[in-house]
Design a protein around this ligand. Structure first.
Ligand SMILES: [Zn+2]
Length: 408
């Protein structure tokens, strides 16, 4: 009898896998029971709560007596744990060898790497800012079909300045450079036609220690920004130095993908422009802390980036969490939270992971634990408002009502 049941269940699984039933289509009803819930970064915790999901959305949030748990729900005991909205990482790359030919390679290595790089750290939405779009779009298709458990993926195409091949990328890698505004316009149109979600400009490009940074002419950057904005797509930039930051301002770029390590804090004029133009910042502090430059220099680089983050945030600018994973293989997010905490409160860090990116990228149903919102959730082992390192201690990652990571 039990043997028969097992065989039937197994067959069911095989059929479901073969049919490639989608991430949302086979989402179960989940009941997250007994955890402490932060519905949003500014909300008081709701202790001993129930979060109910159905059809990929949050169906109910309340106390145990308020929420009726359906008999077919998968109950996840969250006692002692904290439930928050799913995390965004607004700076990742799918450029490593494992992602190559993502449309045709076996699923197992993709599944494993997706877990190690992203889902075990709570990410339910990511911005891939600079990869081979063919690989990323193919990967996204396999993620959305349910074959590779993973986050919602947005992807941007890159444009480099002339002679702007960065020293840290392999010399043989062919990179799209724009020498004129017309070339930048054309490249941007090509990316949008290909189905990419945004654009990334290297307004400053690192050519090696002791060599001058190559900056993009703001007029070239602006022509790309204008095409992207006309199509409703956001534009990121890698600034590299203060001239690159000024090019961000002059061209109307939306998001600075890094702080500028080793440079002074942003000037009052720059801060005023950030505010006026609604520019956002992805700090990537641990990236600089982990550079192979020796501890003294690394400490100096981190100090400069922390003070930039603090000035930017105190100025009221939207901070978007991001780590540059995929370029860096330092996946553990603990250090990023510790460094951010030197400039931001725990609640501000939670906002950088949830409400800030949802609002900035106009994802109206993401960023909060609220009835009717996407069931993108993270269950943390401890309260992140008591200790920021709890942001990195993930028990479950849930996207669209489906568990995409569960701590072994
Ligand atoms: Zn990057």
């Amino acid at each position: 009898m039990i043997g028969n049941l097992l065989r039937t269940a197994l067959l069911h699984c095989l059929v479901a896998t073969a049919a490639g039933i989608g991430a949302t289509a086979n989402a179960q009803t989940l009941a997250l029971v007994g955890g402490s819930v932060y519905a949003s970064p500014d909300a008081a915790p709701l202790a001993g709560a129930v979060v109910l999901t159905a059809n990929g959305a949050i169906a109910a949030l309340g106390s145990r007596s308020d929420v009726q748990i359906p008999s077919d729900a998968r109950v996840i005991d969250c006692t002692g744990k904290t439930v928050v909205a799913g995390f965004w990482n607004s700076h990742v790359h799918f450029t490593q060898a494992v992602w190559r030919n993502a449309g045709s390679v076996p699923a197992a290595p993709l599944q494993e790497h997706m877990r190690e790089m992203l889902t075990r750290w709570g990410f339910t939405t990511v911005w891939d800012i600079g990869s081979d779009g063919r690989d990323t779009l193919a990967l996204r298709h396999r993620v959305n079909s349910g074959e590779v458990p993973g986050p919602d993926i947005y992807t941007a195409g890159s444009i480099f300045p002339r002679d702007g091949h960065p020293a840290y990328l392999p010399a043989e890698m062919k990179l799209p450079e724009a020498s004129t505004p017309e070339e930048a316009t054309q490249l941007t149109r090509t990316y949008i036609g290909f189905g990419l979600d945004g654009l990334k400009l290297f307004t400053g490009s690192f050519k090696g220690t002791g060599k001058p940074v190559v900056n993009m002419d703001p007029a070239i950057a602006k022509s790309a920004v204008d095409v992207a904005h006309a199509a409703g797509k956001p534009v990121f930039a890698h600034p590299q130095n203060m001239a690159g930051v000024d090019a961000v301002i002059a061209a109307g770029v939306d998001v600075m993908a890094h702080t500028v390590a080793g440079e002074p804090v942003y000037s009052p004029e720059q801060l005023a422009q950030f505010k006026q133009q609604g520019i956002a910042l992805v700090p990537t502090l641990s990236l600089f802390a982990k550079l192979p430059v020796g501890p003294d220099i690394a400490a100096r680089l981190v100090a400069s980036t922390v003070s930039q983050l603090k000035a930017f945030s105190d100025n009221g600018g939207p901070v978007l969490f991001g780590t540059d994973v995929g370029f860096t293989s330092y996946y553990d997010t603990t250090l990023e939270y510790e460094l951010m905490h030197r400039a931001l409160s725990e609640r501000q860090i939670l906002a950088s992971l949830t409400t800030n990116p949802a609002q900035y990228f106009k994802a109206a149903k993401k960023g909060r634990v609220e009835k009717g919102f996407d069931a993108d959730l993270v269950v943390l082992e401890g309260d992140p408002l008591a200790d920021v390192i709890n942001f990195a201690k993930i028990a479950y990652t849930i996207r669209a009502g489906k568990v995409i990571y569960q701590r072994p």
